[in-house]
Ligand binder design. Structure first.
Ligand SMILES: [Zn+2]
Length: 274
């Protein structure tokens, strides 16, 4: 656990890059931002939720003394873009659909988190200013492949990989020992589970050696099957639960998982925002 209100930074050495996995504490939803350090540059993936951690993330990146080439925002959930407040001087890339989704969802996200965190979260919507149009990019000689995933943990998601380093930057396609956020419905009301499982199966057999989840510590490719099994289990629990007992049923089914607040947030969106 991490009782201090600081980022926990896990450094992973690969052949062509060094990855700094920057994990926020529980009050920041244990969300990770990833800093991919190439020989001469930095690439940041996601910006965290709360002001103190986003500020610390920027200060840490600056302390590495390499230019930040760009920031990628993987999806429209606020724990991945609220912190853009501290990255406004940089090119921030997202899929056009994600930028639209942030616009549409921003007020709900601000209202929800302002009541919980007050001034510890932004008051302002900071939109990514660059649209991702290609499915790969070479940055400082390193190939990043960019995958668009539809109807999984969020309506639209970016996952990245570094094929030369057998590394998958999953962000919220994968969670590690943190309760899954399963509150996102498609525009037609469909639950997230089936689309999410389909997306995981697509990447499961790519022979990745390192996978970086959006919440929880970095892992290996076994995390794919663990998440697929968890999604199937959470789905069956949800279908047998009510708004009154869903949270308790999930917490009892995953006793060693962290962040009960994530289950409560799922319940809010599943049962109150229908
Ligand atoms: Zn997240």
């Amino acid at each position: 656990m991490n009782p201090e209100k600081k980022l926990v930074i896990n450094i992973i050495e690969r052949e062509h890059v060094r990855i700094h996995c920057c994990a926020t504490p529980d009050d920041g939803e244990r969300v990770n931002a990833q800093i991919i350090e190439t020989a001469n540059k930095l690439v940041i993936v996601d910006a965290t939720l709360m002001r103190p951690y986003a500020k610390e993330l920027r200060e840490y990146a600056d302390s590495l003394r390499k230019p930040i080439d760009r920031v990628f925002v993987t999806h429209a959930h606020p724990d991945h873009w609220f912190g853009l407040e501290y990255f406004q001087d940089l090119d921030v890339f997202a899929f056009p659909e994600t930028i639209e989704e942030i616009k549409n969802f921003a007020q709900i996200a601000l209202d929800f988190h302002k009541t919980q965190h007050g001034d510890l979260v932004t008051d302002t919507v900071y939109l990514p200013d660059k649209k991702i149009v290609d499915n790969e990019v070479v940055i400082d000689g390193v190939l990043f492949r960019l995958f668009k995933i539809v109807a999984a943990e969020d309506l639209f998601m970016l996952a990245l990989d570094l094929p030369e380093d057998k590394t998958f930057i999953a962000q919220d396609l994968l969670y590690n020992k943190v309760h899954l956020f399963v509150g996102q419905r498609s525009l037609d009301g469909t639950l997230c589970f089936d689309g999410w499982i389909t997306a995981l199966k697509k990447f499961q057999n790519e022979n990745y050696e390192v996978v970086l989840p959006g919440h929880g510590v970095p892992a290996d490719a076994a995390l794919f099957q663990e998440n697929i099994s968890n999604l199937e289990k959470v789905k069956s629990i949800l279908l047998a639960s009510t708004g009154e007992n869903f949270v308790q049923n999930i917490v009892e089914a995953f006793p060693d998982y962290g962040l009960r607040s994530m289950v409560e947030m799922s319940a809010f969106f599943l049962f109150q925002m229908k």
